[in-house]
Design a protein around this ligand. Structure first.
Ligand code: PEP
Ligand code: MN
Length: 300
């Protein structure tokens, strides 16, 4: 072999993206391995034994839709509805059938929450809406686009509410844990991290917008002790892939799932290719229960 290529590689201290120095000085709270159970109420906690399902449409389009979803969740013995009244979109234009329902949408969520005794996950996009959203939400979602909106993270943390922090599709795990640290340093430890797909140049972009980074679920488990949930809907952007990615996430030890659903997906005001219809959702939940059982976990 040419001398040029012969090197004494010891590999004694291999490092991944995150170094020991990072763990000690930059993300000490995010990587603290103390055991955590994030209890939302008496029925629902994010822990090693349970996999809460967070399901609903993309946007809170109207009252009827939210009630249809609430009924479906109850039928499946599930506890958490999701839907955004405030909704950032990739492009500034909205269909004529969908304008953000904002405060009205929050009222629909209030109604459905009371009627079906469900917990609510909804997104916070702006500090100015935070107080009002906190009256409705049991868990605040910070979306991928706001992952590093540090002022927002700080204020969201100060509410003391549980928070789902979604990984931006271009963010490394180091970036995600750095963002998490901004929440933790405010004294809010009710943190749930969400893998929702990453962008990579070599994915077949015509058929899936992002790649669900299944490895990230396990890598984050190595690094932190916060619950790690998976969002196959936003990762694949394609309903037919959602069941398989859901099962793979369970097998990869996820602590919860976000699944987008709609009674008539093609009529969904946003991202009509990704929600499951009700029938598909019933089947996914049934099979997920069987798969979770293999891992001694329970879908709730
Ligand atoms: C969503 O949860 O509806 C959403 C838009 O998520 P993300 O920020 O991951 O795109
Ligand atoms: Mn969505």
């Amino acid at each position: 072999m040419k001398k040029l290529f012969v090197k004494n590689l010891s590999n004694k201290e291999p490092t991944k993206d995150i170094t020991l120095d990072d763990i000690e000085y930059k993300i000490p709270l995010a990587t603290n391995k103390k055991k955590r159970i994030i209890k939302i109420n008496n029925k629902v906690s994010f822990s090693e034994k349970t996999i809460p399902i967070i399901a609903g449409p993309n946007g809170v389009e109207n009252r009827k839709l939210i009630f249809q979803i609430g009924k479906l969740l109850k039928k499946n013995n599930l506890n958490i509805i999701r839907g955004h009244a405030f909704k950032p979109l990739t492009f500034p234009y909205r269909s004529s059938t969908y304008l953000e329902t904002k405060f009205q949408g929050l009222e629909y969520l209030d109604e459905v929450k009371k009627y079906f005794k469900l917990l609510v996950v909804t997104e916070v996009t702006e500090i100015q809406y935070l107080n009002r959203i906190c009256n409705t939400a049991d868990i605040l979602q910070v979306g991928s686009r706001n992952m590093q909106n540090l002022e927002l993270l700080k204020e969201v943390a100060r509410t003391k509410k549980p928070i789902i922090l979604k990984r931006h599709f271009g963010a490394s795990l180091r970036d995600l844990l750095g963002a998490a640290e901004h929440i933790l340093v405010e004294g809010n430890e009710k943190l749930i991290l969400c893998e929702r797909g990453i962008s990579a140049p070599h994915t077949h972009r015509a058929t899936s917008r992002f790649i669900l980074d299944i490895q990230a679920i396990q890598a984050l488990k190595e690094l932190t002790s916060f619950p790690i949930i998976s969002d196959p809907s936003h990762a694949s952007f394609w309903a037919p892939y959602v069941p398989g990615l859901t099962y793979a996430s369970i097998a990869s030890n996820c602590d919860g799932l976000i699944i987008e659903i709609h009674p008539n997906p093609s009529k969904s005001a946003v991202d009509p290719l990704q929600p499951l219809n009700f029938n598909q959702f019933d089947k996914v939940i049934k099979k997920s229960r069987e798969i979770a059982k293999i891992f001694q976990k329970k879908i709730i």
